[in-house]
Design a protein around this ligand. Structure first.
Ligand code: NAD
Ligand code: IPM
Ligand code: MN
Length: 360
């Protein structure tokens, strides 16, 4: 198969982790007889510096033409001025919107080899394997907003949802639950927020079409607690944009590190293979505190490429090869610093990439 992949390396550790992901994809291409071409484009802080905008038009155009997009991360303190006209994060949000990527799949799977890398005790973690589906193009991220004026007196964001926005993402979650353990947890704040009451109403309605899937509603504050009290009881979790963002950073610690969680953002656009044009990225950010040191964990990005092969190219065996290679490397006791443990061997970002590539 021939596939064209836009690579948005981005800022901070972004280029470090996407380099390793490409290394692994190259070996997959070679072993399975595919040709993957990479089209590098600018987005985020690097695009502001070079082109004066966080999301250049040519980047959007390239993404729309591609079979899939691989992203490292964007952002950093140098672009964080409160009065900045543009920000790296704005580019990412605008790209998600331009590609209509309304469903963000964030699997939270504990690799048993890492059970001691987590701060949470083993008896709680055992069996953790959930799929969080975060709504990605609505809510407070995209509602009407007002920045504070000169006096800095008032600013607001609006968490807004429409029925079709809720319906489509709940359907994605329900279908996913059907293919898994048939349980869906919908997270909202229906005791306080109007948008959450609509979320709950629409979710109940949609789920009437899925009588085989058990539906549970959990308020977001309680969910923050249940995630670390009974993580193994969750199968598919669906929530609005901001709640899903926060809960998945928390959930990453169930898997041992932010550096372990991949993601796939999917919408309604199809690529040349008639499969979803998706954007694949680790859930973590640009990690300015460790950028340039060669110690970042590339596994979240490498695992994101497995999702890319599965969802945007239909290459299931190749995706499994990547996931299997990651498992084997972890079996050997090799770790990056963020998941290191007594008795494990701590390696650099590029060594981790080499080892995964070697096990394909
Ligand atoms: P972060 O996710 O970058 O880092 C949080 C902590 O996790 C840091 O201590 C970091 O060192 C660690 N960490 C993250 N990824 C790691 C990896 N692969 N290996 C080892 N350790 C890792 O979050 P932050 O520090 O709050 O944000 C930094 C910047 O990243 C901000 O500008 C933020 O807006 C941006 N950000 C971007 C994305 C994205 O591009 N999708 C996501 C989240 C944050
Ligand atoms: C993420 C990030 C982004 C988000 C930021 C960088 C805009 O935290 O991808 O999880 O909030 O969606
Ligand atoms: Mn986030």
């Amino acid at each position: 198969m021939e596939a064209s992949i836009v690579v948005l390396a981005g800022d901070g550790i972004g280029p470090e982790v996407t380099d390793e992901a490409k290394k692994v994809l190259d070996v997959v291409a070679q072993k399975f007889g595919h040709t993957f071409t990479y089209n590098h484009q600018l987005m985020g802080g690097c695009a502001i510096d070079k082109l004066g905008t966080s999301l250049p038009d040519e980047t959007v155009a390239a993404c729309l033409q591609a079979d899939a997009v691989l992203l490292g991360a964007v952002g950093g303190p140098q672009w964080d001025l409160p009065t900045a006209a543009d920000r790296p994060e704005r580019g990412l949000l605008a790209l998600r919107k331009a590609l209509n990527l309304f469903a963000n799949l964030r699997p939270v799977k504990l690799h048993p080899q890492l059970i001691r890398a987590s701060a949470i005790k083993e008896s709680v973690l055992e069996g953790t394997d959930m799929l969080v589906i975060r709504e990605l193009t609505g809510g407070a991220y995209f509602g009407p907003r007002q920045e504070a004026g000169e006096a800095g007196y008032e600013a607001y964001d609006t968490m807004i949802y429409t029925r079709p926005e809720i319906e489509r993402v709940v359907r994605v979650a329900a279908e996913a639950a059907r293919g898994r353990r048939k349980k869906l947890t919908s997270v909202d704040k229906a005791n306080v927020l109007a948008s959450s009451r609509l979320w709950r109403r629409v979710t109940v309605e949609v789920m009437q079409e899925y009588p085989d899937v058990e539906l549970e509603h959990v308020l977001v504050d309680a969910m923050a607690m249940h995630l670390i009290r009974r993580p193994a009881t969750f199968d598919v979790v669906v929530s609005e944009n901001l709640f899903g963002d926060i809960l998945t950073d928390e959930a990453s610690m169930l898997a041992g590190s932010m550096g372990m969680l991949p993601s796939a953002s999917l919408g309604d656009k199809l690529n040349a293979h008639d499969l979803p044009l998706g954007l694949y990225e680790p859930i973590h950010g640009s990690a300015p505190d460790i950028a340039g040191k060669g110690i970042a964990n590339p596994l979240a990005t490498i695992l994101s490429t497995a999702m890319l092969l599965r969802h945007s190219l239909g290459l299931e065996a190749e995706a499994l090869a990547i996931e299997g290679a990651v498992d084997q490397v972890l079996n050997q006791g090799v770790r990056t610093a963020d998941i290191s443990d007594t008795g494990s061997e701590t390696v650099a970002t590029s060594v981790m990439g080499d080892l995964v590539a070697r096990h394909i």
